[in-house]
Design a protein around this ligand. Sequence first.
Ligand code: ADP
Ligand code: MG
Length: 306
Amino acid sequence: MSTQDSGFGGIPTSAVLETGFDEAGRHASREPHVAEAPALVSTPFERPLPRTIAIANQKGGVGKTTTAVNLGACLAELGYRVLVVDLDPQGNASTGLGINIRDLQSSMYDVILNDLPLEDCVEGTAVRNLFVAPAALDLAGAEIELVPAFSREMRLRRALDAVRNDYDYMLIDCPPSLGLLTVNGLAAASEVIVPIQCEYYALEGLGQLLRNVQLVQRNLNPGLELSAMVLVMYDARTKLADQVVREVRDHFGEKVCHSIVPRTVRLSEAPSFGQPIITFDPTSRGSIAYRNLATEVSGGAARRTG
Ligand code: ADP
Ligand code: MG
């Protein structure tokens, strides 16, 4: 790979590649396969259960929450026991799963700042096997209140350790920043999944995220692995989307999930009804895409729950 590559959004590809995450066997670009079902066999994304996956990208509006909620719902539909941990003070994952965050007795703020046992704030959802540890605006204060706190980067990890065996998947919806909350998310996870918008500037800032992942690996969580990139908001009508898909696949090879999530209005409408796409519109393209993604990420690993 030439260091002269210009990459996307003026970001030299070398800035991304420097981080050393491109070593996995690369393969020629594949055509996008929106809504095409992957086979139910083991995939490069399969890992032993239980899995704790941080959904991270420091940019806002790139599909982190949509992916946490809908990948979580689809994994639950496959029979896995799933906890979505809302680590964003916006509380979008919580409201998107039907929680009224104004009425919360306790939330992730209390877990991270006041050592509340995580199980005490977990709420059920309309989807069987799917649970959420909700967040509300007070979590914004945690970013500052954590600064002088003892073991400030490991608060979430400790909280999750106590419940790790209660769930097959814990998906951590990180906030759009690289601050202490995201560091807590990365320190608590065994894997990172990065959603990437099929748009211009898609790769901008990614180098920074990947460097942070490495910093957390080196200093806090040696077991952390960047396991997958998920292409989202794919618009088949634009040539640019295909160009981004090719570029991301060229850079990240087998780290890129085969399943691609299309841009659809239904996916953006579902959260305002407090539902994941599979209950809001079960046969929509968004449902099919996130079901495929769940199958691919899980690789058909043996379920612990029925
Ligand atoms: P983030 O958590 O990274 O800030 P979100 O998941 O909240 O991003 O997505 C940002 C906005 O884009 C939301 O309004 C969401 O409903 C919408 N959105 C996300 N994914 C899609 C998609 N595939 N198609 C259409 N709209 C989407
Ligand atoms: Mg979000």
